[in-house]
Design a protein around this ligand. Sequence first.
Ligand code: MRU
Length: 357
Amino acid sequence: MRIHEQHFRTIWQEANAVCLIDQTRLPFEFVTVTVKTLPEICHAIRSMQVRGAPLIGATAAYGVALGIQAVATDQQLNAVVKELIATRPTAVNLAWAATRMQQQLQALPVSARAALAWQMAAEIADEDVAQNLAIGQHGKVVIESKAGVNPQQVVNILTHCNAGWLATVDGGTALAPIYAAHDAGLKVHVWVDETRPRNQGASLTAWELAQHGVPHTVIADNAGGHLMQHGQVDMVIVGADRVSRHGDVCNKIGTYLKALAAFDQNVPFYAAVPTPTIDWQLARGADIDIEMRDADEVAYMQGQGKDGRLQQVRVIPHESQALNPAFDVTPARLVTGIITERGVFSPNQLTSLEPST
Ligand code: MRU
């Protein structure tokens, strides 16, 4: 992704350290941070300096590399992987990447592990970028079919949370088809759900789309159903944090309500999902461990004050409690299609992608 004429990924290695874009400060401050230790990388995931399922997967992979630099025994490796997996429970990419690193490293002599771990983490990052590129191409066809014979017809796409390049190593998942369509000259306009409580839509998706020059409008989370009723949404494309083998889609809280409205209004609802986000062990989305985050994320909002500085303001009475479930599950019956790097599938076709063991 280009920021101020410079190409960035969201995560990269520099010597024996990992560099990240601090997403808690966007869209007002573009700051990169360098992390050198396992506790620092766990903090980056928990505090959501990095977030988004594919990106926290890649971050966990680099976290394994960092965590075994001094000691790379099986015992250390297992402890590092356990600590990383405990940082955030819902996105399966995190456990997938950490476990893949663990299995590959365990097969090597201890003395070779520290050096090769960097290479293995880079492979996971590169695979993510390639998968997102392919998702973009498959999803572009879906958008093209909505535009029909007139490529100048504006296709209005609603998205929730941030499933753009910031949520991945590069390229994005839900936004990848939008970037591909825009770059191919199709006319797209994106309705960006603000996505309370942390406002990943308003802060991150809107910023990304603006950087890329994609026309978009930020809407309050509650506006989507109304826009669908008035024919102003041609399709919904969201990302996912975990998808069951039968196509139940777990994504940022509020996704389910958009899927319900889309179903009622005959608006196609797609999830853009790289295959590492599919949990082949999981039959039912209802069994997913939904992360409960700090109630302060609901009680306070972050924004830029008139003095230009980031500040947090309380938006609920001091006497009130708040509850903050971070994800919900959209049942497969509400999902029109799942856009993967291997093509677009209906939820009931998903098992055809299952790797053979
Ligand atoms: O809590 P977050 O910001 O990590 O949640 C992110 C989402 O829900 C995204 O939609 C999802 O990870 C898809 S990312 C390509």
